[in-house]
Write a protein that binds this ligand. Structure first.
Ligand SMILES: Cc1cc2nc3c(=O)[nH]c(=O)nc-3n(C[C@H](O)[C@H](O)[C@H](O)COP(=O)(O)O)c2cc1C
Length: 152
């Protein structure tokens, strides 16, 4: 089975989970990079605003085509109880190219439900599984057993 992990990460928390998934499943890994920058304090404000309006942004060129894969793990940080909009942009850009999907998200504390619902709506199909992790769980490496269940 061919597996792709595609993720967006602003401060490397979601990235850590993505890399763990890719190494455990022997998957290809795609880091989604937005041409609109969300660094620093100004970027934080812009991110909240753009997530609320589900703003579609241009992305740096992608390495992999999701339609080549049987299963795609999509990982994202929660922004204002929605998916960070570069992930929504990635889904839009690859419309109709997703086979089976699983979603994972990281957040300070809350907003996972709205995030997964929005991703499902944009992708037009329900995920096989979802994984919601807090920033703290990821930073402290307290997600291994949840991850094993998610990968099964
Ligand atoms: C613009 C913005 C909005 C956020 N909104 C939320 C939120 O609604 N709920 C929450 O628990 N955390 C929120 N966070 C915190 C991030 O989801 C959390 O720090 C996440 O783990 C960061 O992942 P990353 O390092 O992969 O970017 C927000 C962060 C940013 C930058």
């Amino acid at each position: 089975m061919k597996i792709l992990v595609a993720y967006y990460s602003r401060t490397n928390v979601t990235k850590k989970v993505a890399e763990e998934i890719a190494s455990k499943t022997d998957a290809d890994i795609e880091q989604i990079i937005s041409k609109v920058k969300y660094d620093g304090k100004i970027g934080y404000m812009r991110g909240g605003k753009d997530a609320i309006s589900a703003k579609i942004v241009d992305l740096e060129p992608l390495k992999f085509n999701p339609s080549d894969y049987d299963l795609i793990y999509l990982g994202v940080p929660v922004w204002a109880s929605k998916a960070a909009n570069p992930m929504i942009s990635y889904i839009k850009q690859n419309e109709g190219k997703f086979n089976n999907v699983k979603f994972f998200a990281t957040a300070g504390s809350s907003g996972f439900e709205g995030t997964f619902k929005q991703m499902e709506e944009f992708i037009g199909k329900a995920p096989l599984k979802t994984l919601a992790l807090t920033t703290k769980e990821v930073k402290k490496d307290e997600f291994k057993s949840q991850l094993d269940t998610f990968l099964d």
